[in-house]
Design a protein around this ligand. Structure first.
Ligand SMILES: C[S@@+](CC[C@H](N)C(=O)[O-])C[C@H]1O[C@@H](n2cnc3c(N)ncnc32)[C@H](O)[C@@H]1O
Length: 186
């Protein structure tokens, strides 16, 4: 569902951010939506060196070299975005929360750092741009994180942001998807 939304929103030539790039599967989808135009640019961030290395291998193997060259990989906490990403310039900031599949399950996103990051992401998004957050309420930390994010979302002005939450009603441990779109005239 997230990828279907991204594919409609993101245009070739857009600037996009994967704030939790993990093994790079989401980043590869974003690259395909944005990087065919030489103007397109992708930032792929992750806390773990292991994740960045794995994403780099996948994207290098999957994309033409000139597209791969327009991806900036950064090992960092997403509570701080690179300074050279300008406010109001990003079409999509994507979060796929939780821990690295196949990695250390204790190195998971937390409500505290995710909320800090979202507070910055709302400034980076361009008019008509969006923030996509996949939450994992099937484990206790993920449930608390989802609750904190939902509470924060409800405080966003409806004049500036349109917030939509999707959940699978007959699967208690399924991920949920939050889509936040910045209004065009904001
Ligand atoms: C579910 S995985 C992401 C999956 C990934 N998007 C993919 O397509 O493979 C979550 C990732 O978030 C990263 N992470 C956890 N806390 C973070 C933080 N504070 N800042 C940046 N990345 C973080 C983890 O290292 C992990 O790789």
């Amino acid at each position: 569902l997230a990828h279907a939304y991204w594919s409609k929103l993101v245009q070739q030539g857009d600037l996009v951010i994967d704030a939790t790039c993990g093994n790079g599967k989401d980043a590869l989808a974003l690259a395909r939506y944005a990087l065919e135009s030489p103007l397109g640019r992708l930032w792929a961030l992750d806390l773990q060196a292991e994740a960045i290395a794995s994403a780099q291998i996948l994207l290098k193997d999957s994309l033409p070299p000139e597209q791969f060259a327009r991806i900036s990989f950064l090992q960092c906490n997403h509570s701080v975005f690179p300074e050279n990403i300008k406010e109001g310039s990003v079409k999509l900031i994507a979060y796929n929360l939780g821990y690295l599949p196949g990695g250390n399950k204790t190195l998971t996103t937390t409500a505290a750092s995710t909320l800090l990051s979202l507070g910055l992401a709302v400034k980076l998004a361009c008019p008509g741009g969006a923030i996509s957050v996949t939450c994992y309420p099937g484990h206790p930390e993920g449930l608390a994180e989802e609750a904190a994010i939902l509470q924060w979302c409800r405080g966003l002005s409806p004049k500036l942001w349109s917030v939509c939450s999707h959940r699978w009603e007959n699967r208690k441990k399924a991920p949920s998807l939050l889509l936040l779109q910045r209004c065009w005239r904001s």
